[in-house]
Design a protein around this ligand. Structure first.
Ligand code: NI
Length: 183
């Protein structure tokens, strides 16, 4: 197990469309372990494999409250198969866009089809935080970031800030604020 570096914008890898998982083998198990370790250490509540530079459709998540027992969840090859017309707005953050938070409107409820870590097909009807996180993470597997859902003006501003920081430091991570609900 290892904590991996989390990519930040403007890293172009974050725009890759990830490939589906075909083999449920030791490599996948090791990737999932690394993703959980990296996600918990960040700390974040969700992570897509591409955020550690691996373009595969693997998502880890843990929405348990801070002092409650851990609830690790894995979503492989996840896709939204239904979304509600009702929308909800949630302040989102992303481990790949450290210390930036903005309200994003998304469908309030979604049905997501995925494979669990053993390759077993599953479906979940999600609302609330789970619905938001699943949509945010599935977006990552498609090369989409939450800033793509906000105004162009705001997106350009945040991209410019991170591009400048990356040029200046060669490493665009500002010190991470310990804030919950970062995905
Ligand atoms: Ni994210």
């Amino acid at each position: 197990m290892a904590i991996r570096d989390i990519l930040s914008i403007p890293d172009k890898k974050l725009r890759l469309v990830s490939e589906p998982i075909k083999a449920f083998d030791g490599d996948l198990k090791a990737l999932i372990e690394d993703m959980f370790e990296t996600m918990y250490e960040a700390p974040g509540i969700g992570l897509a494999a591409i955020q550690i530079g691996v373009p595969l459709r693997v998502i880890t998540m843990d929405l348990a409250k801070k002092d409650d027992p851990k609830e690790p969840q894995v979503f492989i090859n996840a896709e939204v198969v239904w979304s509600s017309e009702d929308k909800s707005t949630y302040e989102e953050g992303c481990l790949s866009i450290p210390e930036y938070y903005e309200e994003v409107e998304r469908p309030a409820a979604v049905t997501v089809r995925y494979l669990d870590r053993d390759g077993k097909p599953r479906e979940v009807e999600a609302t609330g935080l789970l619905a938001t996180c699943l949509q945010h993470e599935i977006d990552h597997t498609n090369g989409v970031l939450f800033i793509d859902h906000i105004s162009k003006l705001k997106r350009d501003r945040v991209m410019k800030k991170f591009t400048k920081a990356a040029k200046r430091d060669g490493h665009p991570h500002p010190a991470r604020e310990k804030k919950a609900n970062v995905v």
